[in-house]
Write a protein of this length. Structure first.
Ligand code: PEP
Ligand code: MN
Length: 568
């Protein structure tokens, strides 16, 4: 196997390539471009190029070469290699460290050994060389015992030098990432269904308009494709414009990546997919196991995942220490909207004292009118997190769009998907990937079947922790805001193993009947209730008419707890 590297024998690129091909023959090249040419012209079977160092970042000459080298499909990237970079200092056999007056190496390597050099050779002159192994070659050739080189230990063997000391680098985490490649006709393509982790690299050019780069990122994010690197390089022929280099997890033939690439192709002014290759799997690996295929491309399960027969004993969803779906009804209480720090702290402490298990409160509010209060947004999330710290109650809050799932998940213990978003499928998919328990409200006009299938979206995207919440449906009756569908509560308990809660507040729209509806919901089989509670309901910024005050909630909670069987 002839492998082309930039630099002379003994270079770090050779050490990287040898980790793959221990018996290789080195084809030494002066510049990175020559490595590509050597493989193209058949003087080497493969090439190995440094692309990034963990301390100093991108190897820009390699980046600048990628499009030209891999854009035409004649060469194929084959794998990624991570090499720990350990520097050794070496000189002529018989020479001693005390006699060293000049130390040669690549300036980056000299910089990475500064502490050791200051301590052991404070008087020595540091001399920049073209590459690390090349400095060993010079020391060997010139035969001066006062000269030393800093490079890979491999170079001492290549040039017959003696190592004075190994691992003299300042930072022991130092490592470099390499890419290997072959001619495309010599490559063994990874099968589409490869279970070995792969990475894909691409270059994207975007129009100079707001949101274009974000849209490209969202094409990955919305499909759960993880990014491992994003670099930009100037576009030489057009000053102050840039091309973006993406490395993402997965192979380009995987369906979710195929979809993402298709939409980026439609969005971007230009895209060049450089190729997919085996991700490094040894120490320091960046890429996780391959993601599962999307549900619609997997065999359909015989029974839906929500079906009670999947777990006849019922599922318990844990939110912190709270168990939803167990024998004890769970009470979630708090305001419709978080209105201020004081207000949410006061409510949290009040409902905690009254026996609530969890705190609710909206930071992002779905309001019918765009002129109404829309919630405090991120500030509201921070106040909720503080209220959790003070009261000890885990927090549930609504997330309205898939893009905001990571943000809300950072602060909340449980994510609420509201009635208006019950069939927002992008949001359901993101909820499936969120890693947080989900409270899925029933849409005001949704059938039980539609509701259960909305839950199936979350379950099938990898999240088993779904709690259903009946919050009233729209009927002909206008005396109340909605009608709490107790049929649904009882029937859904039969049909699914997922826990079911009642939301009497949004069903009622008026606070006087909230206690009665709560008890009715529990009697129908709900395993708890989510109830709007405000310290001063008549001045609430949203849903005041249906909110209980804190003493009102305390009375209701006491009534529910008193009715619980002893020991439950
Ligand atoms: C809420 O919980 O404040 C809310 C907006 O609920 P729903 O989605 O059920 O209307
Ligand atoms: Mn509300």
């Amino acid at each position: 196997m002839r492998v082309a590297i930039q630099g002379t024998r003994g270079a770090f690129s050779e050490a990287a390539a040898r980790s793959q091909w221990p018996e290789l023959e080195v084809v030494s090249c002066r510049e990175v471009g020559d490595v590509v040419t050597a493989v193209r012209e058949g003087r080497a079977d493969a090439g190995c190029l440094a692309i990034e160092n963990s301390l100093v970042g991108s190897v820009t000459p390699t980046y600048d070469l990628l499009q030209e080298a891999f854009g035409d499909g004649n060469l194929a990237l084959s794998r990624e290699i991570l090499l720990p970079v350990h520097h050794s200092i070496m000189g002529l056999t018989g020479a001693s460290l005390e006699g060293i007056k000049r130390v040669l190496s690549h300036p980056v390597a000299l910089g990475q050994c500064r502490i050791w050099l200051n301590r052991h050779l404070p008087e020595a002159t540091l001399v920049n060389a073209w590459d690390t192994a090349g400095s060993a070659e010079i020391v060997a050739r010139e035969g001066d015992p006062a000269q030393a080189a800093i490079c890979s230990r491999l170079a001492s063997e290549a040039y017959g030098l003696s190592v004075f000391e190994d691992r003299i680098e300042d930072d022991p985490t130092n490592q470099t990432r390499f890419l290997t490649f072959t001619r495309a006709d010599a490559a063994t393509p990874e099968p589409a269904e490869s279970t070995l982790p792969q990475k894909t690299s691409l270059i994207v050019w975007t129009d100079h308009r707001p949101g274009m780069l974000a849209a490209v990122l969202q094409a990955f994010a919305g499909r759960g494709v993880n990014l491992t690197s994003l670099q930009s390089r100037p576009e030489r022929s057009a000053p102050w414009t840039y091309r973006f280099y993406f490395d993402v997890e997965g192979g380009q033939l995987e369906p979710r990546l195929q979809e993402a690439l298709e939409s980026i192709e439609a969005l971007a002014s230009r895209i060049v997919v450089l190729g997919s290759y085996a991700a490094w799997q040894g120490a320091g690996a960046i890429v996780g196991p391959t993601a599962p295929r999307p549900p619609h491309l997997r065999p359909k399960p015989d029974l839906p995942l929500f079906d009670r027969r999947q777990h006849p004993d019922g599922t318990v969803v844990r939110v912190g220490a709270v168990e939803i779906g167990g024998p004890r009804p769970v009470l979630i209480a708090g305001p419709c909207s978080v209105e201020s720090e004081e207000m949410i702290l006061q409510t949290a402490m009040g409902v905690a004292q009254a026996g609530a298990d969890m705190l609710r409160g909206g930071a992002f509010k779905p309001r019918t009118s765009p002129y109404d209060f829309q919630g405090l947004g991120v500030k509201g999330l921070k106040f909720l997190a503080e209220a959790r710290e003070r009261s000890g109650l885990p927090v549930v809050t609504e997330v309205m769009s898939w893009e905001e799932v990571p943000l809300v998940a950072r602060y909340a213990d449980m994510l609420q998907i509201g009635a208006r978003n019950m069939q927002n499928f992008a949001l359901l998919r993101a909820a499936g990937r969120s890693g947080k328990p989900i409270l899925l409200k029933r849409g005001g006009g949704a059938t039980i079947e539609e509701w259960l299938h909305a839950a199936e979206y979350i379950l099938s995207h990898g999240n088993p922790n779904v709690v259903l919440c009946e919050r009233g449906i729209r009927t002909f009756e206008r005396a109340t805001r909605h009608t709490l569908d107790l049929n649904a509560v009882a029937l859904v308990r039969e049909r699914t193993h997922l826990p079911v809660l009642a939301d009497p507040s949004h069903a009622a729209g008026v606070r006087s009947i909230v206690p009665a509806l709560t008890l009715a919901g529990l009697a129908a089989g709900a395993q708890g209730a989510i109830i709007e509670v405000h310290p001063d309901p008549d001045h609430a910024m949203s849903d005041g008419a249906q909110s209980l005050d804190i003493p009102g909630f305390a009375r209701l909670a006491a009534q529910i707890r008193a009715a619980e069987p002893v020991g439950a």
